[in-house]
Write a protein that binds this ligand. Structure first.
Ligand code: SF4
Length: 288
């Protein structure tokens, strides 16, 4: 993974923040927010995150589907089961019986639904791309994105994770952590939809898959360890200096968790590649 050049000048967000933290956050202006300083600050503080774990693009896709609404620890067990049974190929997933597949991925939760989703994806891959992921990822980004969104069980977050992390396409992955950070920094309104938030990043940043890969992983790390739903650790967070001036850490209001419908396609934090060989970290749990 490339190390991206750092910008030298950080901008403080000039948008006015409410004096009273209970006041609603003002609507962002139509001007795209300056997001590069966020990336630079996070990369400087935490370095490369080595996402996404997976030995092959297909394994990454399986992980992206299985991690919906669960922790990576649970997914890792399911993937290990599939690997042990030599089932981590599109042909094998298509051939295996539905009950046996469901048993093997049981640890990932919602296993009956996820069995259908895996079957739907490999069926799509055979039908449209003769089971060739190389052929699939040669498709134009917008075309493939629309095709993936039409597959049962693949929503925007999963489609974009597949495109970016398995296919190296320049699409930004948005999740609950991204929204929380943007909202707390007055960069996005809670009313913005998934596509709006994705556009904020893609209109502001160059279409660089390595940058998108690393930035999303750094956002997840920040959301998990600093920008928690309640009692955010702003004092220790590398993004503290980018907080709106009047929204300092002690007065930050809690940003509620997303509504359940946002979680239907929620992808939680995979283990960095570096940690796969050393076992699973017990502290890594579902997104909080
Ligand atoms: S923890 Fe505080 S400083 Fe860090 S991203 Fe969240 S709101 Fe910003």
């Amino acid at each position: 993974m490339s190390t991206l050049p750092q910008t030298q000048q950080f901008e403080r967000n000039p948008r006015p923040a409410p004096k009273n933290p209970s006041e609603p956050i003002p609507s962002p202006t139509s001007r795209p927010p300056a997001l590069r300083p966020y990336y630079d600050a996070l990369f400087t503080a935490h370095g490369p995150q080595h996402w996404w774990p997976g030995r092959t693009p297909f394994e990454i896709i399986v992980g992206a589907i299985l991690v919906q609404n669960t922790s990576w620890t649970n997914v890792a067990t399911a993937i290990e089961n599939l690997r042990r049974e030599k089932l981590l190929t599109p042909r094998a997933i298509e051939s295996i019986s539905t009950p046996r597949l469901a048993r093997l991925i049981r640890s990932s939760g919602y296993f009956r639904q996820k069995t259908k989703k895996l079957k739907a994806f490999v069926s799509f891959l055979r039908r449209e791309y003769q089971r060739s992921l190389a052929k699939m990822f040669r498709a134009a980004t917008d075309v493939l994105r629309q095709q993936l969104l039409a597959v049962h069980g693949i929503g925007p977050e999963t489609a974009d994770s597949i495109l970016l992390y398995a296919g190296n396409h320049p699409v930004f992955v948005v999740d609950a952590y991204t929204r929380r950070i943007l909202e707390r920094h007055n960069l996005a309104s809670p009313k913005l939809g998934y596509e709006d938030v994705r556009q904020l990043f893609e209109q502001t940043l160059p279409p660089d898959p390595a940058l998108y890969n690393e930035f999303h992983a750094l956002i997840v790390h920040t959301g998990k360890h600093f920008c928690r739903p309640r009692e955010p650790r702003c004092g220790e967070c590398p993004l503290n200096f980018l907080l709106p001036v009047t929204r300092s850490a002690p007065s930050l209001v809690s940003v509620p968790e997303p509504a359940p419908e946002h979680l239907l396609d929620s992808v939680t934090e995979p283990l960095p590649v570096a940690e796969r060989s050393s076992g699973l970290s017990p502290e890594r749990t579902a997104a909080t």
